[in-house]
Design a binder for this molecule. Structure first.
Ligand code: AMP
Ligand code: ZN
Length: 470
């Protein structure tokens, strides 16, 4: 079956023809771990997860690698601003290493709650400095770099295709990226491959290199690590749309200069999650996390369901009202499925033609540039179809859920009304115990009420605190 996606590089919808038949090499840009991932970031990871699972549904074997940016790269994509990791460390009075590991773990936990499958390779930038140095040396040997003021720069003039991904002129790119003027750059769009001359006197993450002690620029990690794990011809590379004009443009420039041929065949970009008053960003502090959603009575899978209702290529406006609507619709869907599960007859036989014809319809939708909205329509048809017996319905629902990953057939009877899981409740109980120890009665009460709002009652006794669903 044809699997088509919108390719940012060509501006067209194209059929995916992998370099190696039947195998897709997928690279997705991972998080910068200096703070929690916000739900906007997570929208992008959900989109990438659905992409991977759709490819797998169709029958491709997917080899997926994702980086963890744990090197303190700078606030702006264009080599300017503050060091993000150092900002996190001073905010929380921890070392940059502690910050990196803490938020990496928090990110992976969020992904788990959202049923985002862990990539085949998750690689940390700090553990691949040698690979980056070798990559920069190769670029240096091939004449693509220059050194100024102690830093190694990539010279974009040596790469005539520089503007091909964003499809903008250099002047438009310049205007869009609001670059801070760096007098050492020959061209304002040149970018740093290796810094030895940090403007921060107390830079902690530093490594020896042929150019002196220092640290890598941000973009080089994705090129070096993706090639290490996936080879120098990659099928699909993804990220959010913000990465098109700088990060991915720079990744292409350095990678294709190093290998001397086309590097990635299909570039896919997820549009942003926005508030009605503007964009959600990690650095502006005003962002929502998965735990915040849980605190407000939503399960992580309510959020996943919410994201799946809109096309990845369209901006999605977030509000608690629209999330509530999604939660209601998800709950209606689950109760219909519950009815089917309960009335399933163990003697029902599966008719292969019935199954295959629905699988084909479903596959057709997901392989049409991830038309997940239509895939949900197929799911509704299955639920309503009187020609199908309940065993066939359950089989198909479980089959489609390999892509949706919404735990559609997991019905937890004991705590049916709960939208949260045990880990979340136990974490809150622990936090409440700590608050009580510190005589912070306001927070302790607040936690009791947060759980009450979700129909969970706390029972204190000499043995400790237990909970029950109301
Ligand atoms: P970062 O940790 O900032 O490198 O971002 C991680 C991923 O989230 C990248 O793929 C970004 O493009 C993406 N991203 C950042 N902000 C948003 C947003 N508001 N909505 C959707 N994706 C986003
Ligand atoms: Zn990247």
């Amino acid at each position: 079956m044809k699997f088509s996606v919108y390719n940012t590089l060509t501006g067209k919808k194209e059929e995916i023809i992998p370099v190696e038949e039947g195998k897709v090499r997928l690279y997705t840009c991972g998080p910068t771990v200096y703070n929690y991932a916000h739900i906007g970031n997570l929208r992008t990871y959900i989109f990438e997860d659905v992409l991977k699972k759709s490819l797998e549904y169709i029958g491709f074997e997917v080899k997926h690698a994702m980086n963890i940016t744990d090197v303190g790269h700078l606030e702006s994509d264009s080599d300017s601003g503050e060091d993000k990791m150092a900002l996190g460390a001073s905010r929380e009075k921890k070392t940059v290493w502690e910050i990196a590991r803490f938020y990496e773990e928090a990110f992976l936990k969020d992904c788990e709650l959202l049923n985002i499958k862990r990539p085949y390779v998750v690689c940390r930038a700090t553990e691949h400095i040698e690979d980056m140095i070798k990559f920069i040396q190769l670029l240096e040997q091939k004449g693509f770099t220059y050194i100024a003021n102690g830093n190694v720069y990539f010279s974009i003039e040596k790469f005539p295709d520089y503007t091909k991904l964003a499809n903008l002129s250099i002047d438009e790119l310049k205007a869009g990226s609001r670059v801070e003027v760096d007098p050492h750059k020959k061209n304002p769009m040149d970018f740093v491959l290796w810094f030895t001359n940090s403007k921060f006197s107390n830079q902690i993450m530093q490594w020896e290199s042929p150019w002196g002690k220092g640290f890598p620029g941000w973009h080089i990690e994705c090129s070096a690590m993706s090639m290490k794990y996936l080879g120098d011809r990659i099928d699909i590379h993804c990220g959010g749309v913000d990465h098109i004009p700088v990060h991915h443009t720079n990744e292409i420039a350095q990678s294709e200069s190093a290998v001397g041929h086309k590097w990635v065949n299909y570039w896919m970009h997820g549009e942003f999650l926005v508030f009605d008053n503007g964009k959600m960003s990690k650095s502006n502090g005003g962002f929502l996390t998965v735990s915040k959603l849980i605190e407000k009575g939503f399960s992580p899978l309510d959020y996943r369901y919410f994201c799946l209702q809109s096309k990845y290529k369209k901006q999605l406006v977030f509000s608690f009202e629209s999330l509530k609507e999604a939660q209601k619709s998800f709950s209606r869907l689950k109760s219909k499925i519950k009815g089917i599960l309960e009335s399933k007859n163990a003697e029902d036989m599966l008719n292969e033609d019935n199954i295959k014809s629905y699988q084909a319809k479903f596959a057709e939708q997901i392989s049409d540039d991830l038309n997940i909205a239509n895939a949900f329509t197929i799911l509704s048809e299955v639920i309503k179809d009187e020609a199908l017996n309940n065993s066939e319905k359950v089989y198909l629902i479980e089959d489609f859920d390999r892509v949706f990953s919404l735990n559609l057939t997991e019905i937890n009877n004991a705590n049916e009304n709960l939208s949260v899981d045990d880990t979340y409740i136990n974490n809150l109980i622990q936090e409440r115990n700590q608050a009580r120890k510190e005589k912070n009665w306001a927070r302790a009460d607040e936690i009791r009420n947060i759980l009450l709002d979700q129909n969970i009652e706390l029972i204190d006794s000499k043995e400790g605190t237990a909970w029950k669903g109301k």
